[in-house]
Design a binder for this molecule. Sequence first.
Ligand SMILES: [Fe+2]
Ligand SMILES: [Fe+2]
Length: 275
Amino acid sequence: MIIAQITDFHVRPPGVLAYGGIDTNAMLRNAVAAIVHLDPAPDCVIATGDLADCGLQDEYREIADVLAKLQMPVFVIPGNHDRREVMRSSLGARHRYLDQHPQFFQYVIDDFPVRLIALDTVIAGETGGEICAARETWFADALQSGDGRPTLVFMHHPPFRIGVPAMDPMMCKTASSFADLIARHPEIERIATGHYHRPIVARWAGTIGFVAPSTAHQVVLDLRESEPTRWAFEPPGFALHVYRDGVGMVSHVVPIGDFGPAREFELPSEYPGQR
Ligand SMILES: [Fe+2]
Ligand SMILES: [Fe+2]
């Protein structure tokens, strides 16, 4: 099974640039085109939040238009830049699974060899996120009903720390019982997130925490204390989470851009390892 993960589109109304200089809409189109050209095609696509930049209806209309080019099922969750009520009214008709929970965009997809569990980390009006008691209880029940089948959990805000001083304060707040719950379910292959706009991997609660790069601008890696986050046009990208029997889940980060054709390795005979 192949799961493509795209995240942090920050789409604006048509003709508007994000932050005065980023054509996030064109960059999302490039990301979707890259996924459309994949062979083999992914079985599904997960979009892990910050779909819109300001949560406007015009932005979701643009998002729906671009995502419609994907032939496989697409599963979306909100980020801190999204607005649930506008998302529901704009995208809901083509994303019925959003109705699984009355309050949060949390849902289980059982249609594939790997179970997908979406968690909604948004606190309206705040940059950081949380899994409150109600969301955690729902998650515990969702895990219970899976009978140990391999599972990918996806959420916008990472619930794990990454050791970057400017980023960790905007993580997903959880109770310690949330990490305990994860640790009791080794069938969780990954917690796939977005929010930090660059690829990051961390071990946490007995599983692997993964952050995918944005389809648009990246946040510059800065390990210094007390430095604000800044963005740059580092290569945008998406992730492919590939699950194979006997291998388990392996996650690949794929840069988006024109890097020329794939070329054969032509090695001289004196190259080490050549006969
Ligand atoms: Fe974002
Ligand atoms: Fe975010």
